[in-house]
Design a protein around this ligand. Structure first.
Ligand code: HEC
Length: 141
């Protein structure tokens, strides 16, 4: 009978603790744009891809522009679109565009593939690159 009051006090402490918690995180769902701290998503990547559309299409069978069509790029061999004329630098790069290779390339295209014709400074924000690659991946299925 000595233990019971202690247990009760403990239960009260837990209950009041629960009540003093801030409101659940889903209150952010009503905001028009996601906060920057939110984990990268393909939907965020779609917004970032707007920086690429001057030169790239991504829809299946879409035309090449200044750069090649990027449908199915994740997992594709580098410089493998048969109807696009790549720089010799890109042709010499070799390998596959997996997420890691894209991350390195998109951070600083002209540094990671010196001589590339892709005149794009790069995305310095790692979360931006992650979101963009998720989007590219979603367009590769
Ligand atoms: C100013 C035009 C331009 C912009 C903007 C641009 N690119 Fe490119 N991109 C190119 C060109 C040109 C090439 C071909 C490069 C070469 O042959 O050296 C290329 C090549 C690529 C490749 C390699 C394709 C392959 O078949 O191997 C990827 C991946 C790529 N771009 C992704 C992107 C992404 C993602 C963005 C947006 C963040 C972007 N590019 C922005 C022009 C551009």
């Amino acid at each position: 009978m000595r233990i019971a009051p202690v247990l009760l006090a403990g239960a009260f402490a837990l209950a009041s603790c629960g009540k003093s918690e801030p409101p659940p995180a889903d209150s952010a769902a009503s905001e028009p744009t996601p906060a920057p701290a939110i984990a990268p998503t393909a939907a965020m990547g779609e917004q970032i891809f707007k920086r690429c559309v001057a030169c790239h299409t991504i829809d299946k069978g879409g035309p090449n522009g200044i750069g090649p069509n990027l449908h199915g790029i994740v997992g594709a061999a580098v410089a493998s679109k048969p109807d696009f004329s790549y720089s010799s630098a890109m042709q010499a790069k070799g390998g596959v565009w997996d997420a890691a290779a894209l991350d390195i390339y998109l951070e600083a295209p002209m540094k990671s593939v010196p001589g590339t014709r892709m005149a794009f400074a790069g995305l310095i924000d790692a979360a931006d690159r992650k979101a963009l690659i998720l989007y590219l991946e979603a367009q590769s299925k």
